[in-house]
Design a protein around this ligand. Structure first.
Ligand code: IFM
Length: 463
């Protein structure tokens, strides 16, 4: 099939996160995280499961690296569990926790796989939640900087790529507005405070990482989608504007020196989410810290959002939105498959925000194909999903986007947060009973993409 090639040195990788794969939650001095507590609270997780065992990666990391090597992965994005490193949130360092990641990094480098470390992928030490209210409190930003400092001093001789936060929108809004992720609050005002403290902690950590890591490249990963009005009506356009502000611009604008978007501050005051003075957590100097220049931006892309306004008569001027589910194909998460949104977003980040270097730090799909009688996992839908998104990425590159790499979510099936083990995102099948791993057809196909540094466009060659 005709092949679309990628630039030289394009980085092909896959991604995971600590709580989703490691297990061993009470081993070697790790303390409780907010996810341990949340997952064990009845009613929070669809299948009542937790990450105590997960993929046992804490013990099987050598085999997992061998698997990555066999697939030809050039890079591996993983996260570091804060409660393993600083069990009290701050202060005393747990050397055994650091040792684990140090061994993992050595193993990756020996296998020729570049480590990309994410510092915060949601597993805050519970003790910080209990003592100060976690990210609601400004001091958690300082605690994060301490964590970043300890980890980067130990691993910075070998890990050169650092991601401060994974998906701050989730840390703030899924966890504090919608209440479906730990710690599970439903309070918009708190979510806004959290968003600011997370962004502040990012800006504070960047110079620390640079100081500790010679040749460091530091970035942050945002999850984004494109916001599309459900109809040409002015109200639906306004709903899309509002959603885009809530989901993407609220984070992008301050990171790229534009302050919090004025239209969103006005909306939040009008909706009663902020007092008339605005975002009072934002102190003089904070915006300059948040806008500290980064080396790259990570984009996690899964789907688009189609928005319809639901303005109620008595509140005519208040923007309210509801998601419309288009009739098109969905993954088992109920997310629309919309590859061109990736191209559009990459172009937007390049030309609207001037981002100089981008990675797709996550993209993938939940489909449940299981091993057949021959032990093969024929996950054709995932393979097609990835192919279409790779092609969209290549089209963005053609349009001038400085895309440096692509990390498939996820290396292996794992714990999908409030969905427990019900959703399988892996390109490698995990049998949770035996912990056997089987590369799915998508993984075998991805191996070919990596080897060729090119994706087939799915069309048969002309005869
Ligand atoms: O599994 C998650 C991951 O932890 C963060 N990004 C989205 C993925 C799929 O929901």
């Amino acid at each position: 099939m005709p092949a679309l090639s990628f630039p030289d040195k394009f980085v092909w990788g896959s991604a995971t996160s600590a709580y989703q794969i490691e297990g061993a939650t009470s081993e070697d001095g790790r303390s409780e995280s907010i996810w341990d507590r949340f997952a064990k609270t009845p009613g929070k997780i669809v299948d009542g499961t937790n990450g105590d065992v997960a993929c046992e990666h804490y013990h099987r990391w050598r085999d997992d690296i061998a698997l990555m090597k066999d697939l030809g992965l050039m890079a591996y994005r993983f996260s570091i569990a804060w409660p393993r490193i600083l069990p009290n949130g701050r202060g005393a360092v747990n050397e055994k926790g650091l040792d684990f990641y140090s061994r993992l990094v050595d193993g990756l480098l020996e296998a020729g796989i570049e480590p990309y470390a994410t510092l915060f992928h949601w597993d805050l030490p519970q003790v910080l939640q209990d003592q100060v209210g976690g990210w609601q409190h400004r001091s958690t930003a300082d605690a994060f900087v301490e964590f970043a400092d300890v980890v980067s001093r130990r691993l910075g001789d070998r890990v050169k790529k650092w991601i401060t936060h994974n998906e701050p929108w989730c840390t703030a809004f899924l966890s504090y507005e919608k209440g479906i992720q730990a710690p599970g609050f439903k309070d918009f005002r708190k979510a806004l405070a959290v968003s600011h403290h997370v962004l502040l902690s990012h800006g504070l950590a960047v110079p620390v990482l640079r100081k500790n890591v010679p040749g460091a490249e530091v970035g942050i990963t945002l999850n984004m989608n494109i916001a599309v009005p459900a109809s040409p009506s002015a109200a639906d356009h306004d709903a899309a504007r509002h959603y885009d502000g809530y989901f993407s611009r609220w984070f992008l604008d301050p990171l790229y020196g534009r302050h919090y978007p004025a239209d969103m501050i006005a909306d939040y005051i009008a909706l009663g989410h902020l007092p008339p003075e605005g975002l009072t957590e934002c102190k003089p100097g904070d915006l300059e810290i948040i806008a500290t220049q980064c080396d790259f931006l990570g984009l996690n892309y899964y789907s688009r959002a189609v928005l319809r306004s639901t303005k109620v008569p008595e509140e005519q001027n208040l923007p309210r939105t509801v998601h419309v589910q288009p009739a098109s194909e969905q993954t088992e998460m109920g997310w629309e498959v919309y590859p061109d949104g990736l191209r559009q977003l990459l172009i937007r980040l390049t030309y609207e925000y001037g981002v100089q270097k981008l990675y797709v730090t996550e993209n993938g799909a939940a489909y449940s194909e299981a091993p057949d009688k021959n032990g093969r996992v024929p996950d054709q839908r995932r393979l097609q999903f990835l192919r279409d998104h790779f092609i969209a990425a290549r089209r963005a590159i053609d349009a001038g986007v400085p895309l440096a790499g692509y990390f498939v979510w996820s290396l292996m099936d794992n714990y999908e947060w409030d969905r427990g083990y019900s959703q399988r995102f892996g390109i490698v099948w995990v049998d949770y009973e035996t912990q056997r791993r089987i590369p799915k057809d998508s993984a075998l196909w991805y191996k070919g993409v990596i080897a060729a540094n090119a994706v087939d466009d799915g069309n048969a060659p002309a005869t």
